[in-house]
Design a binder for this molecule. Structure first.
Ligand SMILES: CCC/C=C/C(=O)SCCNC(=O)CCNC(=O)[C@H](O)C(C)(C)COP(=O)([O-])OP(=O)([O-])OC[C@H]1O[C@@H](n2cnc3c(N)ncnc32)[C@H](O)[C@@H]1OP(=O)([O-])[O-]
Length: 303
């Protein structure tokens, strides 16, 4: 609860959206190797840990919430606080998001936050999902998703908000917005984020059928930008990051804003209505029943 209160205070102070600024983010520290080692900082909370290397200006955020990094309210709250801290640190110019768990990047929204909960809880949860999306999609930092496992639904959305996606080439991993398979519907801003990445027609089919793609298929449709062997994931992410950071920050940030602002504005202008839509949809008996069946299916599959 303290974390949630902290986030609320932070949001009130900083505003919901971090607008791209033309101020320079060139706060790089020139340092010897020894100094660089001293300038690494590490912050850890229970579900997220962040390694920040001041010599490169790049932070790596590790999601570490077993069993599957599902996006619960507590997870999202910690995630947003970590993100906000990095965003406010002018020396942090890039963020790589990855998972510390084997086989799973993120299983998406925590279904238990949407099943058997009061309308108030569902509303609070949905605001946190919106907040994660807003912060990531409009981040001033270069963001790279290093996808080292399956990434359905909200996990896919999280990676789609990044500037660049690299996925481990393992056919057992999958990625996509599979909400319809749970009997639920991805909201318009999930759909917009995917359509902005892979186009309208592919999104239409993918959402209607709740498609989950293998890494090779995801690469083919542009859902991810690169696939690599597991052992090359982080070095490839660092190389991609260096390429993006080599572009003058103000030009890159304004370009990002130009590309994403219409989508962000559409969501923010409908934010409250979107919460109400979600709450009235998710608390319907038929939808609760679909979620129950899906949860049972997950448990059976495990057994
Ligand atoms: C309108 C709203 C938009 C919605 C957006 C969404 O993101 S909707 C979300 C759509 N997301 C999906 O459809 C993804 C569903 N999940 C999966 O497909 C697989 O878990 C996996 C491929 C991610 C990992 O496979 P794996 O073999 O490594 O792991 P495993 O399968 O053995 O699971 C381990 C434990 O975690 C549990 N659990 C799993 N996911 C969730 C969850 N999201 N939440 C809560 N719990 C979840 C699972 O029940 C089991 O619990 P148990 O029995 O130990 O108490």
């Amino acid at each position: 609860m303290a974390l949630r209160a902290a986030l609320r205070t932070k949001c009130a102070l900083s505003g919901f959206l971090s607008q791209p600024s033309s101020s320079s983010r060139h706060g790089r520290v020139c340092a010897s190797t020894v100094l660089a080692a001293q300038q690494r900082s590490n912050s850890t909370s229970s579900k997220i840990s962040v390694d920040f290397d001041q010599s490169t200006g790049v932070a790596v955020m590790h999601m570490k919430s077993p069993p599957v990094n599902s996006l619960s309210l507590d997870f999202l709250t910690e995630f947003c606080i970590s993100l906000e801290k990095l965003e406010m640190d002018k020396s942090c110019r890039g963020l790589i998001i990855t998972s510390s768990l084997p086989k799973v990047f993120s299983a998406g929204l925590d279904i238990l936050e949407m099943y058997g909960k009061s309308p108030e809880s569902c509303g609070e949860f949905w605001k946190a999902v919106q907040e994660m999306w807003l912060k990531l999609y409009s981040s001033n930092m270069v963001t790279v998703a290093a996808i080292n496992g399956s990434s359905p639904a909200g996990g896919c959305l999280m990676s789609l908000t990044c500037d660049y996606r690299i996925m481990v080439d393992n056919p057992r991993y999958s990625i996509g917005l599979n909400e319809t398979q749970l009997g639920i519907v991805a909201p318009f801003w999930f759909k917009d984020t995917m359509a902005n990445t892979v186009g309208h027609r592919i999104t239409e089919m993918a959402l209607a059928l709740g498609m989950l793609y293998s890494p090779a298929e995801a690469l083919k449709i542009g859902l991810v930008d690169q696939i690599v062997p597991e052992e090359k994931l982080m070095s490839t992410a660092e190389q991609a990051m260096a390429k993006w950071l080599a572009i003058p920050a103000h030009a890159r940030q304004l370009t990002k804003s130009m590309m994403r602002k219409p989508t962000v504005d559409r969501m923010t202008s409908k934010r409250e209505a979107d919460v109400q839509n979600f709450v009235s949809f998710i608390t319907k008996d038929a939808i609760q029943n679909s979620l129950r069946v899906y949860l049972e299916m997950l448990k059976k599959r495990k057994a």
